[in-house]
Design a protein around this ligand. Structure first.
Ligand code: SAJ
Length: 395
């Protein structure tokens, strides 16, 4: 089986590597020339456990990297789908990818879209790009969690949306090369809905936890204890409040469900807005703590963590960066983020500890959890409920 994966970032790269090490002949295409060159030499621009080793194995198995699409039986598109200024999906990368495939592909092949799209996009916009050329389309959204990509890409159940059952079976066969989880076949639009709904569920649930945190804070009650006890109920499962929701999925994908004019969409929208307001809620809490301790210099406050969540180096839509947009004078440190992206960024834990009096735990990296005693002399505001020291401010 010849497969051309188009877009070899967070999703496309592991997909291409898994296919290449499971018996498929794989071409991996990306428009970034420099990235292609570095990846050919075994270098990856994000940190993910096991990925470098997988890349070496895939190179040994004959994976080919290029900026141009090749002739193949299947094409998998895994390019970004950001939203525009009106929070509507921007499909220009998907459109460009499909156009570049159409220039080289034979007829009757299948183009599988993995990028997240709003329901209806494939039928209304993407299929039309093919015009008279006879090709098939499928939608196979990914579900892998950054930090555990290589395990989840194999074990998670997958939903494949297809134009007909027979094509669905063919696509199932392709993914069966490396997926051990169930592979379920449905129509394209249902699959599009599934993807957006999963991330909306998480966004709404986290927003609920964040709102609870705000209410509990006013009543001087520990929200984490309330949630812990609630979750002992057999039918309750509340997620964790935090300083905001980052990453490239949960703050974005739910907007793809909200543009329906004939329905009153309030739950999803207000949840997204609730999550977006959390960095400012945290900022106001920090200012109160500074007042209590007569600290007025923002540099004496250290934000621990810049990435959007624990143990990843990804800073996309990071709550810490959102907080810094409102007040840029804080000192910041993140063991995972080694390039300079903030004004007062410090690169060693020891220097960070020497520079600040208050520490705000924005991300619960393993480094923090395993070295808590080093922070014992500091005033700590723990927004992630990971600190076991005494006298800690909680969200
Ligand atoms: N967060 C909270 N409280 C929680 C859980 C998460 O505040 O209880 C925050 C995190 O700190 C982070 C953000 O939410 O800032 C998102 O983190 P995440 O771990 O929930 O999700 P992502 O964005 O890393 O990955 C999600 C996953 N989707 C679901 O779990 C439904 C993943 O499976 C998807 O593949 C991915 O989105 C995607 O690509 O859509």
């Amino acid at each position: 089986m010849k497969v051309n994966v188009v877009g070899i970032g967070y999703i496309g790269l592991p997909t291409a590597l898994m296919l290449a090490t499971s018996g498929a002949e794989v071409f991996a295409t990306d428009v970034r020339k420099d990235y292609i060159e570095s990846i050919k030499n075994g270098s990856i621009n994000f940190s993910e456990s096991g990925m470098k080793e997988k890349l070496t194995q895939a190179i040994d198995s004959g994976i080919q990297f290029s900026t141009k699409c090749e002739i193949a039986d299947y094409y998998i598109v895994a390019v970004p789908t950001p939203f525009d200024e009106f929070k509507k999906i921007d499909i220009s990368y998907v459109r460009d990818a499909v156009n570049s495939i159409l220039q080289v592909c034979p007829e009757n092949i299948t183009i599988i879209i993995e990028s997240t799209v709003s329901p209806g996009t494939i039928e209304n916009d993407i299929i039309k790009i093919a015009k008279d050329k006879k090709v098939n389309f499928a939608y196979a959204p990914e579900r892998i969690i950054p930090g555990n990509i290589l395990k989840e890409i194999v074990e998670n159940a997958r939903i494949i949306g297809c134009q007909n059952k027979q094509k669905g079976e063919e696509v199932r066969k392709l993914y069966s090369l490396f997926v051990t989880g169930q592979i379920l076949i449905t129509d394209i639009k249902t699959a599009e809905f599934v993807k957006c709904t999963e991330n909306s569920f998480r966004a709404v649930n986290i927003a609920f936890a964040n709102e609870l945190a705000q209410i509990c804070n006013e009543e001087k009650i520990d929200v984490n204890e309330v949630i812990k006890f609630c979750n002992m109920h057999p039918r309750v499962n509340i997620l964790n409040p935090g300083p905001g929701v980052g990453g490239h999925c949960i703050p974005i994908d739910p907007w793809f469900l909200t543009g329906h004019k004939n329905q009153k969409i309030s739950v999803i929208e207000s949840s997204l807005l609730k999550n977006e307001e959390m960095p400012v809620f945290v900022l106001n809490r920090i200012k109160k703590i500074m007042n209590e301790h007569q600290i007025s210099d923002f540099k004496k406050v250290g934000l621990y963590g810049i990435s959007y969540k624990e143990d990843v180096d990804d800073v996309r839509n990071s709550p810490t960066l959102a907080l810094l947009e409102n007040e840029s004078h804080f000192t910041v440190y993140d063991p995972m983020v080694t390039n300079k992206i903030a004004d007062n960024q410090i690169f060693s834990l020891e220097d960070f500890l020497k520079s600040v009096e208050i520490i705000v735990v924005m991300v619960g990296h393993t480094e923090f959890i395993e070295n808590q005693e080093k922070f014992a002399e500091k005033i700590i505001f723990d927004t992630r409920n990971v600190c076991k020291l005494n006298n800690v401010y909680k969200l």
